[in-house]
Design a protein around this ligand. Structure first.
Ligand SMILES: *[C@@H]1O[C@H](CO)[C@@H](O)[C@H](O)[C@H]1NC(C)=O
Ligand SMILES: *[C@@H]1O[C@H](CO)[C@@H](O)[C@H](O)[C@H]1NC(C)=O
Ligand SMILES: *[C@@H]1O[C@H](CO)[C@@H](O)[C@H](O)[C@H]1NC(C)=O
Ligand SMILES: *[C@@H]1O[C@H](CO)[C@@H](O)[C@H](O)[C@H]1NC(C)=O
Ligand SMILES: *[C@@H]1O[C@H](CO)[C@@H](O)[C@H](O)[C@H]1NC(C)=O
Ligand SMILES: *[C@@H]1O[C@H](CO)[C@@H](O)[C@H](O)[C@H]1NC(C)=O
Length: 337
């Protein structure tokens, strides 16, 4: 989320993998490939749903560190303004960008950024969302981060800007311990496209080691058109990090049943092996974060002008209608160990 990517979006090539077909072939054909995860069923540790997001997470109210045109509201202000609430019909939690107020060109629009009070060093993290924020100028993210950025690292599980048509996942490591993406052979480790191999990030060079998911249901309008879905991060300090996305219709039964067994899933969208990254030294004590910023270091500037969105990002901030669907609709966040 901190990353100030300049040109990594928009030109992402599309893959043509069918989830079902991939699932049946990947394990049988590549059984000998060393995976970044072990064959075990994970057990539920924390399950965040509905009011839990208001009770167990904190509302971040400082200026946006990524330079976005937003005012992040306190829980009290966000709920009274109706941009953070629980939908009693289905227990989903809505975290929205304000889409009714008049904001001047280049002004700040109200939004929400929440952080889990608990922190984690490893585990299986599963976000189930019915919808994610869409619209020109938006920059939504579900990510994890430790103290003293970038020392204890950052994991961007879901991230993208403007009309980006698939998800971008990124690790940011911040110590001198080497952390790099292992080059894969014949797409056996992950289905995505590597965008950078060195995960080391600093305040001025923070692209990290990203992987672009080729699946158009993994982000933005494509995600919402598929009725949303789940993202799963498996953070295993001994073996590596892996991220899966499943569109609503493809969610494995063991996730629905809350007995997730990643070894039984299809090849992940992104994976970073512990063979080339000291996971334990670079990633620890992370809180979970969900937010939506507007414009700023990535969604604005040159990325905006290349996005196909109208005018400038400063101008779009002033268009309330543009933000009508700039909202997270979160069914749950589950943490397993
Ligand atoms: C919402 O969650 C509460 C607490 O778990 C539960 O009692 C209620 O039945 C749920 N409502 C719906 C519509 O699922
Ligand atoms: C993580 O949680 C532990 C246990 O509550 C706490 O002692 C520690 O300070 C927390 N670390 C961070 C970075 O918040
Ligand atoms: C990669 O795929 C090509 C074409 O199928 C094959 O010839 C080659 O042996 C494979 N390499 C490895 C390391 O599996
Ligand atoms: C995982 O282990 C179980 C039981 O030991 C076995 O039946 C299953 O085939 C294994 N799955 C994979 C993907 O290796
Ligand atoms: C994993 O897949 C194997 C083989 O299909 C199956 O026997 C086993 O029950 C599955 N495990 C879980 C926990 O779903
Ligand atoms: C505001 O945004 C909406 C939705 O993107 C668009 O249809 C409309 O044309 C925009 N209005 C102006 C004045 O730019």
């Amino acid at each position: 989320m901190h990353a100030l990517f300049l040109s990594l979006l928009a030109t992402i090539p599309f893959g043509t993998q069918l989830a079902g077909a991939h699932r049946t072939t990947s394990r049988s054909r590549h059984r000998s490939v060393a995976r970044n995860y072990v064959n075990k069923t994970y057990e539920l540790q924390d399950f965040y749903q509905a009011e839990d997001f208001f009770e167990e997470w904190s509302f971040f109210t400082s200026a946006d560190p990524t330079g976005g045109n937003v005012n992040y509201l306190s829980m009290q202000d966000a709920t009274s303004q109706g941009i953070a609430y629980v939908d009693d019909c289905d227990n989903s939690t809505v975290l929205a960008v304000d889409s009714t107020s008049t904001v001047p060109v280049g002004g700040n629009r109200n939004s929400v950024r929440i952080t889990s009070n608990k922190n984690y060093t490893g585990g299986l993290f599963i976000l189930d969302a019915a919808a994610m924020p869409v619209g020109c100028g938006t920059w939504p993210s579900f990510w994890t981060v430790g103290a003293h950025w970038p020392t204890s690292g950052e994991i961007d599980i879901v991230e993208g800007v403007n009309n980006q048509n698939s998800n971008q996942m990124t690790l940011h490591s911040g110590t001198s311990n080497a952390c790099a993406l292992t080059p894969q052979v014949n797409n056996t480790m992950f289905t995505g496209t590597a965008l950078g191999t060195n995960c080391y990030s600093t305040a001025t060079a923070n692209a990290g080691c990203g992987i672009s998911d080729p699946n158009p249901t993994s982000f933005g309008y494509g995600f919402n058109d598929a009725d949303g879905g789940v993202f799963a991060l498996l953070w295993d300090s001994e073996n590596g990090m892996s991220i899966w996305h499943f569109a609503r219709a493809d969610i494995p039964e063991d996730i629905t049943n809350r007995t997730p067994t990643p070894a039984n899933w299809s090849t992940p969208a992104g994976s970073w092996s512990a063979q080339t990254c000291d996971i334990a030294a670079n990633f620890y004590q992370h809180s979970l974060v969900i937010d939506t910023t507007v414009c700023g270091g990535w969604a604005g500037g040159s990325a905006y002008s290349k996005s196909g969105c109208p005018g400038t990002c400063s101008e779009i901030v002033a268009n309330a209608t543009n933000f009508a669907d700039a909202k997270w609709v979160i069914n749950s966040v589950a943490v397993y160990q």
